[in-house]
Write a protein that binds this ligand. Structure first.
Ligand code: ADP
Ligand code: MG
Length: 139
């Protein structure tokens, strides 16, 4: 599991952009880490790497944002305000976590409580200090 420490939001975006360039349709990335750890910054770069020029927002007040225009649609979920897998299903978001017609990045994937060993690739974000973020990912 490679771990990188980024020194700025731009560096976190660059890491997202690299993974976004390689991402295949049907992929699901589960992002974990506290508020302010850089999950949304990562998604901003990732969407750019997939080729979308749509601006990335923090989805805190919307459960789902879609960024079209790239090689594949990018779906950006924030599950923070949903408490359980049942709530996620009731909101109609389960299809984005199971078999997206594009690429899904889900902040607060803990809420979905996926079975270990499933298809979701986890990326963990940790604040080291004001400017540094430790990011650990599957590949
Ligand atoms: P999250 O989505 O995890 O809540 P955001 O990406 O919205 O986090 O916010 C990260 C915050 O941390 C931003 O205010 C950003 O400017 C700041 N920041 C400082 N250093 C970094 C870094 N290395 N990577 C990402 N964000 C950083
Ligand atoms: Mg966020």
């Amino acid at each position: 599991m490679p771990t990188v420490v980024t020194q700025s939001p731009e560096e976190t975006e660059q890491l997202g952009e690299i993974l976004g360039r390689q991402a295949q349709a049907g992929s699901v990335f589960g992002l974990t880490g506290d508020l302010g750890a850089g999950k949304t910054a990562f998604v901003r770069g990732f969407a750019r790497g997939v080729g979308s020029t749509r601006r990335v927002h923090s989805p805190t007040f919307a459960l789902l944002h879609e960024y079209p225009g790239g090689r594949h649609p990018v779906f950006h979920l924030d599950l923070y305000r949903l408490n359980s897998p049942d709530d996620i299903r009731a909101a109609g978001l389960d299809e984005y976590l199971e078999s997206p017609d594009g690429i899904t990045l889900a902040e607060w994937i803990e809420r979905w409580n996926p079975a270990p060993g499933g298809h979701i690739r986890h990326i963990h974000f940790r604040c080291v200090d004001e400017h540094r973020r430790e990011i650990t990912h599957d590949e």
